[in-house]
Design a protein around this ligand. Structure first.
Ligand SMILES: NC(=O)c1ccc[n+]([C@@H]2O[C@H](COP(=O)([O-])OP(=O)(O)OC[C@H]3O[C@@H](n4cnc5c(N)ncnc54)[C@H](O)[C@@H]3O)[C@@H](O)[C@H]2O)c1
Length: 286
């Protein structure tokens, strides 16, 4: 039984579907106006078991309610996936809106802390595990959204601390660290990135394309499974090689090698993650 946060859109949608396909019962957590009911229904239509939970899990009461909802309904909790997060800005640090800094800390950090805190007593009973959304940007930083990169560096250290501390309770904790993934965030039409940022993102990726949400979900499924029983405190990069690239090496890759795998999951909300949020693209002063 797994809780997947931020599961109405993007990578979370794919994780929820993948886990259900592998036989997990899933709580599809997201903001009230995320398409969480739609994702849960789509999983049930395919014979899986899923229920939606709507609410802002950066509020302590709501995070507790989400864990209580899952454990009351399914009588256990085996896996917590801390996937929820926001990417609100493309701005130099000197121009970064202070309210977006606070919001990014809340949505990316506070939510993961609260969910982990409330889930741990249940995970200790099942010898369960946690997999959280890190990022290559948590390793090498992210220009023009330095706040976001910082939240992911926090996530890496948080999960590693939890991994060491909770080993004595039989609980593992890991991070999946994606590179540029094909969600709302990495397209200029649906997020704060501009053309220049979008191009640089692909050029700096040796595999020369965005990863699919399903390619990321596959690694979540591995880390959450018993097949990863000796893996804890890992920062598992799923980044097309971004963190090891020097310069625009993506340009070397021929077109025919840049095709995304078709995948198996039926996903409808890949690019919907920022529809209900205000984002900012602030031009740097010359
Ligand atoms: N897309 C990428 O390129 C990329 C790269 C590295 C890491 N990641 C990480 O993967 C995760 C998913 O990103 P995505 O690209 O799928 O984005 P997305 O916007 O599609 O998904 C994030 C979801 O989390 C939800 N959410 C945010 N705060 C919430 C809260 N407090 N309570 C409940 N729901 C909340 C959002 O509404 C959204 O549906 C994020 O943690 C992100 O940092 C993404």
């Amino acid at each position: 039984m797994a809780i997947v946060t931020g599961a109405g859109t993007g990578i979370g949608e794919a994780i929820a579907h993948k886990f259900a396909k592998e036989g997990a019962r899933v709580v599809v957590s997201g903001l009230q106006d995320d398409p969480i009911e739609d994702v849960a229904e789509s999983i049930r239509d395919k014979g899986g078991e899923a229920v939606a939970f709507g609410g802002d899990i950066s509020e302590a009461g709501v995070a507790k309610e989400c864990v209580d909802f899952a454990t009351n309904k399914f009588k256990r909790l085996d896996v917590l996936i801390n996937n929820a997060g926001v990417f609100l800005d493309n701005a130099m640090t000197e121009d970064y809106p202070i309210e977006d800094f606070d919001q990014t800390i809340r949505m990316n950090i506070r939510s993961a802390f609260l969910m982990t805190r409330f889930a741990l007593p249940h995970l200790q009973k099942t010898r369960g595990n946690i997999v959280s959304a890190g990022s290559e940007s948590g390793m090498i930083g992210l220009a023009q959204n330095t706040t976001y990169g910082g939240t992911k560096g926090w996530m890496h250290a948080f999960m590693r601390g939890v991994a060491v501390e909770q080993a004595q309770n039989g609980v593992r904790a890991n991070c999946v660290c994606p590179g540029p993934i094909d969600t709302a965030w990495t397209h200029k039409e649906t997020g704060p990135m501009d053309k220049q940022m979008e191009t640089a993102l692909i050029q700096a990726t040796p595999l020369a394309r965005r990863g699919t949400t399903e390619e990321v979900a596959n690694v979540y499924a591995f880390l959450a499974s018993d097949e990863a029983s000796y893996v804890t405190g890992a920062l598992y990069v799923v980044d097309g090689g971004t963190t090891i690239a020097k310069g625009p090496v993506g340009d070397l890759v021929p077109k025919e090698l840049r095709k995304e795998p078709k995948g198996e999951l039926d996903l409808q909300h890949r690019h919907d993650g920022l529809r209900n949020k205000e984002t900012h693209r602030i031009k740097a002063k010359k």
